[in-house]
Ligand binder design. Structure first.
Ligand SMILES: Cc1cc2nc3c(=O)[nH]c(=O)nc-3n(C[C@H](O)[C@H](O)[C@H](O)COP(=O)(O)O)c2cc1C
Length: 199
């Protein structure tokens, strides 16, 4: 099943410097839902197309684009809970596994409770082979660097939208890959939880 996303907004009234200053790790989320427009914006920030020839918001060594973003939906207006793959070229979601995963995310993130509180979670994954074919073993490091770029883009975009966000690197790789039913070619590299802040 495919779900078209609303087009991402290409401007906002929030200056970059404000986002840099206000970005903070948030570990307590409300159970309020997100709008599809907000999810669209977060995914576009992570990996969206922003230039001719398929260039993306995130830089990529050799423009090989080894990253994929998997979206775990818990509470989004009009979207069934489940795991979705973001297709940047068509700016849409492809359902890859039905059903919520927030309880599993807590387990996979070694009992960090906030991992299960997001309205959505973006799991940045990497296909190392795409990079090692050109760069040898160094390709692995390059994929990790790129994941950092993508995560920071999401954190700054979430800040511009007034959402809470946390980038998490402490998780069990194999357990997370199994819980999300990721393809074998893709390693989970970064977990980003987003939602409305608990106030
Ligand atoms: C690579 C990386 C991994 C992180 N992993 C976790 C994590 O698993 N759990 C967590 O609570 N915070 C995690 N954090 C968030 C840091 O604890 C947080 O950025 C730091 O305390 C500084 O606070 P600030 O982000 O509000 O500036 C991670 C941050 C980075 C950069």
């Amino acid at each position: 099943m495919e779900v078209s996303l609303p087009p991402a907004a290409l401007t906002s009234g929030v200056p970059l410097e404000t986002c840099l200053r206000k970005r903070r790790t948030n570990r307590a989320f409300s159970d309020a839902r997100l709008m599809q427009s907000e999810v669209s914006q977060l995914l576009w920030a992570a990996q969206g197309i922003s230039g001719l020839g398929g260039l993306r918001t995130c830089p990529s060594a050799g423009a090989l684009y080894p990253l994929e973003c998997y979206l775990v939906v818990a509470n989004v207006d009009g979207l069934r809970p489940g795991v979705y793959r973001y297709d940047p070229d068509r700016h849409l979601l492809v359902l890859t596994a039905a059903g919520g995963r927030n309880e599993k995310l807590i387990e996979c993130c070694l009992d960090q409770e906030c991992a299960g509180e997001g309205a959505v979670s973006i799991i940045v994954t990497g296909a190392y082979k795409k990079m090692t074919a050109k760069f040898g073993e160094r390709g692995i490091r390059l994929a990790h660097m790129e994941a950092g770029h993508a995560a920071q883009n999401v954190c700054l975009q979430a800040t511009a939208l007034g959402l809470g966000v946390i980038a998490m690197g402490v998780f069990d790789d194999a357990a997370l890959a199994a819980a999300l039913e990721l393809p074998e070619s893709h390693q989970p590299l970064y977990v980003i939880i987003a939602g409305r802040k608990f106030v």
